[in-house]
Design a protein around this ligand. Sequence first.
Ligand SMILES: *[C@@H]1O[C@H](CO)[C@@H](O)[C@H](O)[C@H]1NC(C)=O
Ligand SMILES: *[C@@H]1O[C@H](CO)[C@@H](O)[C@H](O)[C@H]1NC(C)=O
Ligand SMILES: *[C@@H]1O[C@H](CO)[C@@H](O)[C@H](O)[C@H]1NC(C)=O
Length: 747
Amino acid sequence: MMHCPCRGRLKLLLASLSFIILLTWLYLLAGNLENGRSLLLAPCLLESTEARFLEREVLASRVRQVEEENRQIRLQLSQSQGQTEGNYGNQQWVASADTGAEDVENTAEERANHSECVRSPTAEKCELIHVACVCAGHNASRDVVTLVKSILFHRRNPLHFHFITDTVANQILSTLFQSWMVPSVQVSFYDADELKPEVSWIPNKHYSGIYGLMKLTLTKALPSDLSKVIVLDTDITFATDIAELWAIFRKFTAKQVIGLVENQSDWYLGNLWKNHKPWPALGRGFNTGVILLYLERLRKLGWEQMWRLTAERELMSMLSTSLADQDIFNAIIKQNPVLVHQLPCFWNVQLSDHTRSEQCYTEVSDLKVIHWNSPKKLRVKNKHVEFFRNLYLTFLEYDGNLLRRELFGCPSQATSESTRLQKALEELDEDDQCYDFRRERIMVHRVHLYFLEYEYTSTEDDTDVTLVAQLSMDRLQMLEAICKHWEGPISLALYMSDAEAQQFLRYAQASEVLKNRKNVGYHIVYKEGQFYPVNMVRNVALRNAKTPYVFLTDIDFLPMYGLYDYLRKSIVQLDMANTKKALVVPAFETLRYRLSFPKSKAELLSMLDMGTLYTFRYHVWTKGHAPTNYAKWRTATTPYKVEWEADFEPYVVVRRDCPEYDQRFVGFGWNKVSHIMELDALEYDLMVLPNAFMIHMPHAPSFDISKFRSSPSYRFCLTTLKEEFHQDLSRKYGAAALKYLTAQRNI
Ligand SMILES: *[C@@H]1O[C@H](CO)[C@@H](O)[C@H](O)[C@H]1NC(C)=O
Ligand SMILES: *[C@@H]1O[C@H](CO)[C@@H](O)[C@H](O)[C@H]1NC(C)=O
Ligand SMILES: *[C@@H]1O[C@H](CO)[C@@H](O)[C@H](O)[C@H]1NC(C)=O
């Protein structure tokens, strides 16, 4: 009995959507029972109960909304009756929590009339599929991730992605894929800047700019032994296994070299408006959002010369391209119709105004690839737009970690990184009481650098300093305030799930303050595991600071106004470039939600006297900042040196080449202490700045530190890790580091 997998796959998507919702409800429920659950989270994860309640309300209403949308989709789907359960192979892992659809086995005849069930040829088992994508800038780098997720979700073959990138996209995507470590996925990068001269002579009015045109150069840009490739725009979502598309290469006749879907808009008919004169095209023309390129044959045909000549000739009358590469592809095809293999339209369902996309498929379950034609995205008219939107949002928010699964039955080409990780995991002793801690330390979290647009121009005097901090979702509200207090560059690492990262994106795009700041680098570290890997997250922020100096702070502090300028002056004054110093910014705290922020040291001191402000952790953990010597600071007018003491954890400004945070410390406890200790071991001078201060803003003291301290296994492991850290320090820095052990014992 033949199976019809496609519809099953759509169902699967829906099923997993419902599953996610179920999980969210469970999460909400669990949230209400809050106790001890967040024991191991960093203190900054916790929020006042009212705020949390509010957040939960918002989330709950969002869930209800998504549920309603899903009900609609199910309705649509049930109209296209006759659901067949797909044979899912390696995708069984998604729990099927869907209740709406019946699993009726279909008769072969019934199936025969649905396009997707006309048994489409698929690729050979384990055949490597090549995909190319031109991707430039921050926005496209985000879009391409959603495309990749949709491909990975359905795929059963090994994949090789070829990315033509500018430097921005290269940095983002290479870090992302290295940290994602998806088995059986290879990634190659090609420098778009090198390709620019090939196409920069073509005047072009399309929003994709010069990058769109680079699709013309792929025969040259990609390796010369690569024979076939699927070329995709970044604004595309797959609703099926890409192997089905790949298999269409086999249907090409001997002369065919390019597979394309007809343009579903009326553009090339030239009747959109009076005097509308599009480039020449065959009929409606073809859309180049999805292309099957038979590279080997194209090279033999002299493609290079062919497209150049065509472009030159047409440009004499057209002056510029309106739709970038698409105009040129179409002009070539108009001249040589035999070159094109027309793909069924469901391989590129084009969403935009004036389209015939609805005529393209009879049932929503038939479609295979959606093309959003950004920048219009999500706001188009189509009777199934809700369904499309949900499909898109599903992948947008889909947990990318779930896509790391192995392909069954295909030899895996392990990368050196994944082999190293595998070995490290095997070396761990599973009976070790602190196994979970040790595992966390070697876990590789997915990282998406520069999630939002970022521009930084370095100052000329080499004194620039970046504010470095990490946060999770519940501290977003601090961002605007910090931006108002600090005008210099900021490097932030955000520990989030895929769905939270999207919420953050919407938040940032709606905030005037954040939108207007381009010198803030936002780096997403995707959540995984049971701990909050605070030091690993901090290191991501630290590593991606671009200035010679960094101010290492925490997200719930507001720096005094003018701290940025003051620090840069102090950096010069104290000759930071040639000496090993850590400048201490004294930390204070307020318990008031509405604080009129002190404008000067004098004002701060009087607030301190009135009890509006305290020195940081005055009530709970004086040791952390006592060595700052607040008494001396009151009257100090010049920087003064202080000595390291056990448990000192000041906020400091250091050269960017300082050691990283020790990643074995996760969650609460010892995460900054260990860093300051290492600075001291390296003989950094701790210099307190007389005219600098920062204030910790309150978040209700819901976090019960004593509870954490009394969790016996956590205490035990923290002690064990501390001891190991000390041993490592002595190994690295010799006898000098012994004092830390003694200091420790004296506590
Ligand atoms: C498929 O549809 C055609 C007309 O659209 C019809 O004549 C034919 O009987 C159908 N085949 C099956 C197997 O249902
Ligand atoms: C990226 O997206 C933002 C928000 O949607 C937009 O304002 C900005 O112009 C885009 N940048 C580029 C280079 O397209
Ligand atoms: C076809 O022409 C339209 C013009 O309306 C253009 O915007 C689009 O990029 C082309 N392709 C699609 C997907 O409609």
